[in-house]
Ligand binder design. Structure first.
Ligand SMILES: *Cc1c(COP(=O)(O)O)cnc(C)c1O
Length: 462
């Protein structure tokens, strides 16, 4: 046994980890001592490992460390709040200053019409709350049969039973008896993989109209809501064709259903606006948030809703839902400090007016690599589609999906860059304060990893 004040060697820590720690989204049979890195500290856009490696974190942790690492100000706010009031609940006619300040602040920053906030501790539990709110809203409005939530294949909405059901990942549904009833999935606007010979905008319209067809098929009197990420993140940074969102909006406006934007990644500056809904003009009835809300410094999530939804839910009487840590004062203090940093430093405006353009231009250069069929960005989200014959313009994929992506991810890490592989797409989501020369470094390291990946693929073919 060791303590945080007295760390043993890296090998000893890894042995202890493998002995007693079970990792999320990990095949433990394939996890050996050589595969683990111990991350011990971080500053700005860099994380440091126990062997002295300094790694550029192109993923901002898991899409969440929006303000970057090492902000002592958050620690000070948290420490003050723990001294003042470490915990109290908000269930039975009580409240506390941090949750009040945060709610008011969010009412200013979130898309027009979003006025009320209910809190939790993650994106997953926020989406569980979304399902219950949507169904309870319709019950309150006298339409209790409107229970079906329409979502999309390859969407990611979390890992709890309900949020994973809402998500469209087959490999997640395959474990543990998912999905729960009354979730319906339609196609995703992923032109690169699924667009065939169609023009991207025609494809975008077609995928949007699947929503209309699903509503017709299920019956409008059965459908409660449509939920979607403004830009799919974990599914592979899927940027819909320009035609997609306006058509979805048209359908949502014509039909009597709620629209929920899952802003867990796109919220808090990632797309150069406070929320993705503002940039894409989505006008949601509810939003789910987490990740950038606290920049990951402490766990917190929440749902924002319109007064219309709030009043509908209230018509059903007590909303019998809530978590012990809903609106946790210490997490709320971290969120407030996080938002203050973003505002004071103008981080969201800086992404919108400067960084996203620099990122777009420099990241596009990776599209010239012979392994890359497409390099695309939107705000500070980026992705590379890896294909065997990019030079010919073919979008055909590698035979064994995910193998080349995995190789590339490992080479990125060896070149001191974190990029994540989703099948054979490499995705990227750096902290918002990333400097221009750090973007250069990111692109340089990614290019080196692509070269090494190409060599490894050529070796395998030979
Ligand atoms: C990460 C994520 C979630 C789940 O959030 P957790 O905090 O991991 O539960 C939900 N929706 C989206 C879009 C996400 O990216």
């Amino acid at each position: 046994m060791f303590s945080l004040g007295n760390l043993p060697t890296t090998d000893e820590m890894i042995a202890a980890d493998l002995g007693s720690h079970m990792h999320p989204f990990t095949d433990h049979d394939a996890l050996g001592p050589g595969d683990l890195r111990v991350i011990t500290s971080a500053e700005g856009v860099f994380i440091n490992d126990s062997n002295g490696g300094q790694i550029l974190d192109g993923m901002a942790g898991l899409w969440c460390v929006n303000i970057g690492y090492g902000r002592q100000e958050i620690g000070e706010a948290v420490s003050r709040q723990i001294a003042q009031l470490p915990y109290y609940n908000t269930f039975f006619k009580t409240t506390h200053p941090p949750v009040i300040v945060l709610s008011e602040k969010l009412a200013q920053l979130t898309p027009d019409g979003i006025e009320k906030f209910m809190f939790g501790t993650s994106g997953s539990d926020s989406n569980d709350t979304v399902i219950r709110l949507a169904r309870t809203y319709w019950a309150g409005r006298g339409k209790p049969d409107k229970t079906v939530i329409i979502s999309r294949k390859n969407a990611y909405h979390g890992s709890s039973m309900a949020s994973a059901s809402l998500g469209g990942m087959q490999f997640m549904h395959a474990q543990g008896g998912l999905p729960i009833p009354d979730i319906h999935h339609i196609g995703q606007p992923y032109w690169f993989d699924e667009g065939g010979d169609m023009d991207p905008d025609a494809f975008g319209l077609m995928r949007a109209r699947e929503l209309e067809q699903a509503i017709d098929q299920l019956g409008e009197d059965r459908v409660a809501a449509f939920i979607a990420e403004p830009i799919q993140g974990a599914g592979g940074v899927i940027i819909p064709p320009d035609s997609y969102w306006p058509e979805v909006r048209r359908i949502c406006e014509e039909r009597d259903i709620l629209f929920v934007a899952d802003e867990v990644i796109c919220g808090f500056g990632r797309l150069g606006t406070w929320f993705g809904s503002q940039r894409l003009d989505l006008r949601p009835d509810m939003i789910a948030m987490a990740k950038g809300l606290t920049s990951g410094y402490l766990p917190m999530g929440g749902v924002g809703l319109t007064n219309e939804v709030y009043e509908g839910v209230s018509q059903d009487g007590e909303f019998a839902h809530g978590y012990t840590y809903a609106g946790h004062p210490v997490s709320a203090a971290a969120a407030i400090a996080n938002l203050e940093i973003m505002e004071r430093e103008g981080l969201v405006d800086r992404v919108g007016s400067h960084t996203q353009h620099v990122f777009a231009e420099k990241f596009a250069a990776l599209g010239d690599h012979p392994l890359v069929g497409e390099a695309a960005t939107f705000g500070l989200l980026g992705k590379l589609e890896l294909v065997p014959d990019a030079a010919s313009g073919s979008r055909r994929r590698f035979e064994n999906s995910g193998e080349v992506g995995g190789i590339c991810r490992d080479f990125c890490f060896r070149n001191n860059l974190v990029m994540r592989a989703v099948r054979d797409s490499m995705v990227c989501s750096p902290p918002l304060p990333i400097a221009d020369d750090e973007i250069d470094l990111l692109v340089e390291r990614a290019w080196a990893a692509l070269d090494q990946t190409a060599a490894a693929v050529a070796d395998k073919m030979a």
